[in-house]
Design a protein around this ligand. Structure first.
Ligand code: KIV
Length: 273
């Protein structure tokens, strides 16, 4: 069953958690969809996780479209969300043009960072489904630090979140905030609050797929790793290289043969050449 915006809002109303993961390629999309992930998200974290960039700010619209199209081919049921990259939503008109490009390429909705009320309202008025993103905003914060720790910052975060809901966002991602704040907001807002590094009491969780699989080098407090694919994959590559070098990689079960008569004829034919 295809999951639309209403499905996610309904989950919140019923008190069922929303599951969301980043995804950057077709095979991972197929697996996440088969596993029943609610929101498959082409984040601008594609830049640092897949493209070798040093910052999210290097990610372009073309990068995002390329990965969105691959993920789209793998998704049947999940809500497909895509990040608006840095500088792609600087004005309402630019934001709408880029958001429409994403929708034409298969996105169900777009996410953008920060208090961009005028941009969000303009997109929502033009029938674009928008997810907000507060707390740590990697496109704009230079340092990865927990946000909203002082009374002033916590109050502002709560006020800003309420304001974004009023602007019409269909969900809110909260990144790297104390769990007391996301707990208050999850109770207070009618839209799903989806946390990353925002504690246990959010309406849903999002994680970077490379982090939970153990592909990335970094270690974050908020990530529970299920596997260590980085080491396992490197081990596979080493084993492959060693076996190719000592000619043990392939055995009889992996090869194709010529029929014996064809082989003998072939040997005769080429003997005189
Ligand atoms: O791009 C991304 O992966 C994100 C997550 C931090 C939610 O925005």
């Amino acid at each position: 069953m295809k999951k639309y915006k209403d499905y996610l809002i309904q989950k919140k109303a019923e008190g069922t958690k929303v599951t969301m993961l980043t995804c950057y390629d077709y095979p991972t999309a197929v697996l996440q969809d088969a596993a029943g992930i609610d929101v498959i998200f082409v984040g601008d974290s594609v830049g640092t996780n897949m493209l070798g960039y040093t910052s999210e700010t290097e990610v372009s619209m073309d990068d995002m479209i390329h990965h969105l199209k691959a993920v789209r081919r793998g998704v049947t049921n999940a809500y497909l969300l895509v990040d608006m990259p840095y500088k792609s939503y600087d004005t309402p008109k630019l934001a709408l043009r880029n958001a429409r490009t994403f929708v034409e390429n298969g996105a169900d909705g777009v996410k953008l960072e920060g208090m961009r009320e005028n941009i969000i309202k303009y997109l929502v008025d033009n029938e674009i489904e928008v997810v907000g993103h507060l707390g740590l905003n990697p496109q704009f914060h230079k340092r990865r630090a927990v946000q909203g720790k002082t009374i002033e910052d916590a109050t502002k975060l709560i006020e800003d979140s309420i304001a974004l809901e009023k602007c019409g966002v269909m969900a809110l991602v909260l990144e790297l905030v104390p769990e007391e704040i996301s707990k208050i907001l999850s109770k207070r807002l009618a839209i799903p609050v989806i946390g990353i590094g925002a504690g246990r009491f959010c309406d849903g969780q999002v994680q970077i797929v490379n982090d939970i699989l153990g592909i990335s080098v970094r270690k974050y407090k908020h990530v529970k790793k299920y596997e260590n694919y980085r080491e396992q994959t490197e081990d596979v590559f080493r084993q492959y290289a060693a076996e190719v070098k000592d000619s043990t990689y392939l055995d009889e079960t992996h090869v194709n043969h010529l029929a014996e008569d064809v082989y003998n004829d072939l040997l005769k034919r080429i003997a005189n050449k």
